[in-house]
Design a protein. Structure first.
Length: 472
């Protein structure tokens, strides 16, 4: 063997021995024979016991220090680091089948390639979005000054866009000055900031059952205790709502007042008034997620309109009707809360996304945006009728006929399990959204959410029909 080959063999052998030493230390830490803060054997002692060179042990210890598994204290030696186990969202809350985990639905939808059909996702197809308006806004933005293109935005957000949001809210009966509105990177970030602002670990939060599955994921990330109340075609069941609030005294209630996700239902004025009366009695703060508002034919009642942004916080975004790539949302709340939220936004994300806010403002100010919304609402209405009819032929029954939006909440034929159907569909490159992903009580085994805008391809019904015929 030549000199180069000998050197390569020695290097490979040395690397294997370093890995062996590292594995030995890791095993001792995992087995608790080395506990946090414990001193490791000296380099010479470990080298002798493992029959390796001291340089091998030194290299292994250096790598373990870089990993954070152990600490080096000059003049004293090496010690096991006091490690905090990372928080795992999938282990938070009750153990459920991974197929109905909210992250399963989100990952499959977000990671699906162009060959996959996505009737279970929560957004419009790219071809339904106002591409020409976005391109015009980008061209306008390209001519902006250097500060717009390269500098931080103010923490509260672009004044022009906040003024536009205030006007749009007023059209739905919600009075808020631009100073009561803070821009965020998305509707999701808005809820995340509010949870940071209003919750302590262990606080109880009330959600609808079913509700948007990412509410569950966010609340688990904040280590909140989650309770739920059944949702009806007119809003949450008021009797159950009163009982749950009285028993559990939740800090927050998170809901959709306009187009409810996943059911497509809308809140009735009677339910809204009774709900707010209970909230006042028990000092309950409400987060009203309104990200689908632009898809409404006729605006539904808003809790923020009845309440005047006293105990209701109103949030929205532009991802569903403008662009999911131009991430921009907002929070509207009483002034003293906006002040604290602004400080929190600085602490967690510093300045605002100025360039994105400018892009959104340009696109929304374009006169063609309202025409785009009119056309989109008409397309959704037609798709709702078409998809409902096709599903009913397969024995899949809509819970209600929504008056607006993209979602159909449907019950499968007797004997069909939505989780099993979703698994089988995924094998055929069709991403579906089984009901228990939305249900805290896991009571939606036979339900499934369909996005009508993503369900127009005949293959969706071919795949679903074949699966149901085999399983029912």
């Amino acid at each position: 063997m030549d000199t180069k080959a000998v050197q390569m063999a020695e290097n490979t052998k040395g690397q294997t021995r370093v890995a062996t030493v590292m594995s030995t230390i890791r095993q001792r830490i995992a087995g608790r024979s080395l506990t946090p803060g414990a001193k490791l054997p000296s380099v010479r002692r470990l080298a002798s016991s493992l029959d390796v060179s001291t340089s091998t042990v030194v290299e292994a210890y250096d790598r373990l220090v870089a990993e954070g598994a152990i600490l080096s204290r000059p003049g004293s030696g090496f010690y096991v680091a006091s490690q905090v186990a990372p928080f795992t969202l999938t282990q938070a809350g009750p153990k459920v089948d991974r197929a109905v985990d909210p992250f399963w639905v989100s990952r499959q939808s977000l990671e699906a390639n162009d060959d996959n059909l996505k009737p279970g996702c929560g957004w419009l197809p790219p071809s339904w979005l106002p591409e020409d308006s976005i391109r015009r806004a980008l061209r306008t933005l390209s001519r902006a000054d250097g500060a717009t293109l390269a500098d931080y935005g103010s923490p509260l957000g672009l004044p022009g866009l906040r003024q536009l949001v205030a006007r749009r809210m007023a059209e739905k009966g919600m009075e808020a000055s631009p100073d009561q509105i803070m821009l965020t990177e998305s509707g999701t970030q808005a809820i995340d900031l509010l949870c940071r602002f209003l919750l302590e670990p262990g606080d109880t939060v009330l959600v609808d059952d079913p509700c948007y599955f990412n509410f569950h994921a966010l609340l688990r990330a904040h280590r909140a205790k989650i309770v739920s109340v059944p949702y009806t075609p007119n809003g949450p069941s008021i009797d159950a709502f009163a009982t749950t609030v009285s028993e559990h005294r939740p800090r927050l209630y998170i809901t959709n007042s306009g187009i409810h996700n996943p059911t497509g239902a809308t809140l009735s004025p009677v339910t809204a008034h009774r709900l707010l009366k209970i909230a006042n009695e028990f000092d309950l703060t409400i987060i009203e997620d309104d990200i689908f508002s632009d898809l409404e034919q006729v605006p539904a009642p808003r809790l923020a309109a009845f309440d005047g942004l006293d105990r209701v916080i109103h949030i929205g975004s532009f991802s569903k009707t403008l662009s999911a790539s131009a991430r921009c949302g907002f929070v509207a709340a009483k002034p003293e809360w906006i002040e604290g939220l602004t400080d929190l936004k600085i602490a967690t994300s510093f300045g605002g996304g100025r360039m994105t806010a400018e892009l959104v403002l340009n696109a929304l100010s374009d006169g063609s945006y309202r025409k785009h919304l009119d056309a989109t609402r008409l397309r959704l209405s037609q798709a709702m009728n078409d998809v409902s009819s096709r599903l009913e032929k397969l024995g899949v029954t809509p819970w209600i006929r929504p008056t607006a939006g993209m979602f159909l909440w449907c019950q499968l034929p007797d004997g069909a399990d939505a989780t099993d159907v979703a698994r089988a569909a995924l094998e055929r490159k069709v991403v579906m959204a089984p009901g228990n992903a939305f249900s805290l009580s896991q009571s939606a085994t036979s339900f499934m959410r369909f996005n009508v805008s993503q369900s127009l391809d005949p293959r969706v019904f071919e795949v679903l029909g074949n699966i149901l015929r085999r399983r029912v």
